[in-house]
Design a protein around this ligand. Structure first.
Ligand SMILES: NC(=O)CC[C@H](N)C(=O)O
Length: 339
């Protein structure tokens, strides 16, 4: 979305200097971001997974978790929804931690496709390579490479790892899992296509099943903020103190999120907001300001690429007003921008 579509042309873009913004500044920014974004009613709730169509289109929650463990919330931050594609970023981090940077880069890739998240054309155009872990092909390939020794072992590994990012045990939403399992022929086709190119090390149908379970884990906006803050804090969950992954893995994961986290609109997102982010079709959005905060948003109305409209609007406001954009510097002679 452009800056006028994000409603931030009137917001002064602060430079990203200094420490984590103060609690009061974050509270005020969360409140303003929430009120601005709440006025937006454009976009559509996803319905290609039938159960998602039943979401309340007006649900909206926004939470910032800072690396000191502070939570700053507005709206419905405890309303549960399925994590969907946001799980891809955390599954990727867990795989990098288990297998290592180089092997994952070779097998899954790090370049964006410029195409929709469930594109089959991207696979065909790239000699069967899944391209990156933020689109379905790369995410299914990522899940297939996880340790665990069997689909159930991989699921346990994922479930435990994603729960550690959130700081408590995440629950599988059975209704979402069943709804998606009955309608995920396209993901099965993607896995079969990767298999035909010799890119799947496990049974493609089993990999899709573990991936579908992964996408059906239930989170809320607060969970997403804490999961993001863990990536912002060198892999340490700021609520539990648990080192979930290494700082090196966080850096690699954030780079891939920056390049491809919002699918074919990742360039626009980086241009306007300047932070690594990852969206999901249920309406979740996680954004990471390295060394500072994680931002979790939930609002089910999506733009044409499948990204939450209110989530993007609220995050754009937070990035600008709190000086989170990683590309925004100020001359060191003029430090009045320092929060
Ligand atoms: N963009 C998304 O959130 C897509 C995730 C969804 N489970 C799918 O595979 O289609």
């Amino acid at each position: 979305m452009r800056d006028d579509e994000l409603d931030v042309t009137d917001v002064h873009q602060r430079a990203r200097t200094g420490p984590v913004p103060e609690d009061r500044a974050i509270d005020a920014a969360v409140d303003s971001a929430y009120r601005r974004a709440r006025d937006r009613h454009d976009g559509a709730v996803a319905d290609y997974i039938p159960v998602l169509a039943g979401a309340d289109p007006d649900a909206f929650g926004l939470c910032v978790a800072d690396v000191d463990g502070g939570l700053h919330e507005a709206g419905q931050t405890r309303v549960p929804f399925s994590i969907q594609s946001i799980s891809k970023a955390f599954a990727y981090a867990l795989l990098c931690e288990a297998v290592g940077h180089h092997e994952v880069r070779e097998l899954v890739g790090v370049n964006s496709t410029g195409l929709a998240f469930n594109s089959v054309i991207a696979i065909e155009m790239n000699d069967g390579h899944p391209m990156n872990p933020m689109v379905n092909a790369g995410a299914i390939a990522t899940t297939a490479l996880l340790p665990g020794g069997s689909p159930d072992g991989q699921w346990r590994f994922l479930h435990e790892g994603l729960s550690r990012f959130a700081g408590h045990e995440l629950i599988l939403d059975d209704e979402v899992y069943r709804s998606e399992s009955g309608t995920n022929q396209r993901n099965q086709a993607i896995a079969a296509l990767l298999h035909s190119y010799g890119r799947m090390r496990t049974d493609p149908a089993e990999a899709v099943d573990v991936y579908t379970r992964q996408c059906s884990l239930r989170v809320d906006a607060r969970d997403l903020a804490v999961m993001g803050a863990t990536l912002a804090d060198g892999g340490v969950n700021p609520l539990t103190g648990d080192q979930v992954v290494s700082a090196d893995v966080c850096r690699d994961t954030l780079a891939v999120m920056a390049a491809s986290g919002l699918y074919q609109t990742s360039g626009e997102w980086l241009f306007e907001i300047g932070l690594p982010g990852k969206s999901g079709v249920a309406g979740g959005l996680v954004t990471v300001a390295p060394g500072k905060v994680g931002i979790g948003a939930y609002a089910p109305r999506l733009d044409a690429a499948g990204n939450s409209v209110r989530g993007q609007v609220a995050t754009a406001y937070l990035a600008r007003s709190l000086g989170l954009n990683i590309f925004a510097s100020a001359s060191h002679f003029h430090r009045e921008d320092t929060p």
